[in-house]
Write a protein that binds this ligand. Structure first.
Ligand code: ATP
Ligand code: MG
Ligand code: MG
Ligand code: MG
Length: 565
């Protein structure tokens, strides 16, 4: 490509609304442009990078036997109603009606759609196991889209779904996917960690997240210094005896006993069996909003009763699980956004949401998470409400924990029969009986990955692309080409030779100052730069500069291609 025909859309100024470096650099390097909150156009240069992510991902999916499909973005509500997610998903699901008043959504994920396909296409155990995948646009009406394509409302995901006769077969594919993900992120040259993830509302199922390590990451992960133990922070803390995490303890005080009631008292007051009222825990925020009152039961809390139990007069909003899920855009037991003075009452866990972080994104994890699997001794002491910190003993007993920030770029999950049972997706097994299939699902944030790679690979001059992601491998920069016909000819020849050698080269044939050219090439992160000038031609040499080095190297013109290879 020539810059005369492949214009660079670089900008010098740091865009005001971009806070993380990848977002700033993606705008400055002319990879993306914002259309509206969480919506971005990929410019030609950015698209080349995105396509590289897709290509490598595709190659590795094909290697593990993935069959590529392409499913619609627009999905009928009926399928979501079958699994109950139409009600459960919350406002992140972009819902709309067609002209006939029928309900649809813009797919945030495709479990329902693929399960529908599988129940129609798969008839016999002989067709199993099978893995379908697609690289496709997803829609999630994120509560606070931010960091450019890192958390956008429309983004590109690789999502794969596997179908099996049994758990053994699912485990095999899951392991192969785990390996494929490891290969993919290694090929991208990224520093990453696979961590055990909390299975959230799906319960019991196995799940791993892949995190690119970066200080700007919205997630925290914990791993042992001495063993293979690695978990995301929710998982690491769920197994802490205290089971309570990330509460901003310095902003909290525990309300004293007059406000804490025994289970018997609560049982009596609410007229519900004591067995349904497991524990109470009352915490108060300094700014005087009630943090939480936890109760476990199948009843709906009446706000007035709840206030009395809490013993303090603060406005309280209690809602049903469904309403909470809707308001918080999260599953019971998983992490939720904040802004509501409500506890989430889930199966075995409960979440305390504070109101002083009102408006925070779901990734501002100021909440406490109590795992009822452990008996939480009451009263809870404020020192119990601390997060897992670096240096804590690793839960597997080997070494201590290191805590790092991560960007979730991939997530794999053993779904079991959650969707297939709800949608009656089965096959005829070897015994001639109808059998519900077992499923797995596997996502990679294709567009987020571009941003994550930049978070990890940049300096004050711009992006430093890992080879596999670079939009061009080589920048060819002629010095004042318009002043010398000899140079023009030599540069043109070298460009043709580089192309013929199969090297992706960006020939900067603009009539611009050398410094301008270099700063553009550095900003957009091209790994190798060849500088060809009239003076060098006298001795038949060119200068070579790696993006990562400060110094130029003289290389004979005749050797430059073999030098690059
Ligand atoms: P997050 O925790 O960051 O909200 P998620 O757990 O909701 O992500 P998954 O449902 O696991 O996301 O989707 C698979 C992958 O899609 C994620 O690992 C992530 O890389 C990517 N992804 C999810 N949401 C977004 C988004 N809003 N913008 C860009 N990529 C996203
Ligand atoms: Mg999310
Ligand atoms: Mg996540
Ligand atoms: Mg995830």
């Amino acid at each position: 490509m020539r810059t005369s025909q492949f214009p660079l859309n670089t900008v010098k100024e740091i865009p005001a609304d971009a806070v993380v470096v990848s977002h700033q650099l993606m705008l400055r390097a002319g990879l993306i442009r914002k259309l509206a909150a969480g919506l971005y156009t990929w410019l030609p240069l950015g698209l080349r990078i995105l396509r590289k992510v897709e290509k490598i991902t595709r190659e590795e999916m094909e290697k593990v036997g993935g069959l590529e499909v392409l499913m619609p973005a627009l999905q009928p509500a009926e399928l979501w109603q079958e699994t109950g997610r139409w009600e459960k998903y919350g406002p992140e699901l972009a819902r709309l009606k067609d002209r006939h008043d029928r309900d649809f959504c813009l797919g945030p994920t495709h479990e329902e759609i693929i399960t529908d396909l599988a129940r129609n296409e798969l008839k016999s155990y002989k067709q199993l196991p099978v893995t379908y995948y697609q690289i496709q646009t997803k829609f999630r009406d994120e509560i606070r889209p931010r960091f450019g394509v890192m958390r956008s409302r429309e983004f590109i995901m690789k999502d794969a779904y596997s179908f099996h006769l049994d758990q053994v077969s699912l485990q095999e594919t899951y392991d192969a996917m785990y390996q494929a993900y490891t290969t993919i992120f290694n090929r991208f040259g990224l520093t990453f960690r696979a961590v055990v993830a909390d299975s959230g509302s799906i319960g019991g199922a196995i799940s791993h997240e892949f995190h690119v390590l970066a200080d700007s990451g919205e997630d925290a992960i914990a791993f042992s210094t001495e063993s293979a133990y690695a978990a995301n922070i929710e998982k690491a803390e769920a197994i802490r005896p205290e089971g309570v995490r990330n509460l901003p303890t310095d902003e909290l005080t525990l309300i004293d006993t007059p406000n804490q009631h025994s289970i018997e008292e609560i049982s009596d007051f609410l007229s519900v069996p004591a067995s349904q009222c497991l524990k109470t825990l009352i915490v108060k925020a300094e700014d005087d909003g009630l943090l939480a009152l936890l109760l476990r039961g199948d009843y709906e809390l009446n706000p007035i009763k709840a206030e009395k139990i809490a013993g303090i007069a603060v406005p309280l909003t209690f809602a049903s699980d469904a309403e909470i899920i809707d308001a918080c855009q999260c599953k019971p037991g998983s992490i939720g956004p904040i802004g509501l003075k409500i506890p989430i009452i889930a199966d075995r866990s409960v979440m305390l949401l504070s109101d002083f972080v009102c408006g925070a994104n779901q990734n501002d994890k100021h909440y406490a998470h109590v795992n009822w699997e452990r008996d939480l001794p009451l009263p809870v002491h404020i020192e119990d409400l601390r997060t897992v910190v670096a240096g804590d003993p690793s839960p597997d007993g080997h070494g201590t924990l290191t805590i790092a920030r991560g960007i979730e770029v991939g997530h794999i999950f053993q779904l079991g029969t959650k969707y297939s049972a709800a949608m009656k997706a089965g096959i005829i097994n070897e015994a001639g009986k109808h059998q519900i299939m077992t499923m797995g699902c596997y996502g990679i944030g294709i567009s987020r990955l571009v941003a994550a790679a930049i978070e990890q690979n940049n300096d004050e001059r711009g992006i430093i692309w890992p080879t596999a992601l670079a939009p061009f491998q080589v920048a060819l920069c002629p010095m004042n080409m318009h002043k010398s016909d000899r140079l023009k000819e030599a540069a043109e020849q070298l460009y043709q030779d580089l192309l013929a050698a199969g090297i992706e080269v960006l020939f900067d044939d603009r009539k611009v100052r050398a410094g301008f050219m270099f700063s553009d090439m550095e900003l957009i992160g091209i790994p190798h730069c060849i500088i060809i000038g009239d003076r060098g031609l006298d001795s038949q040499t060119v200068e070579y500069k790696a993006r990562t080095s400060q110094d130029n190297e003289e290389v004979p013109l005749d050797n430059i291609i073999s030098f690059l290879k």
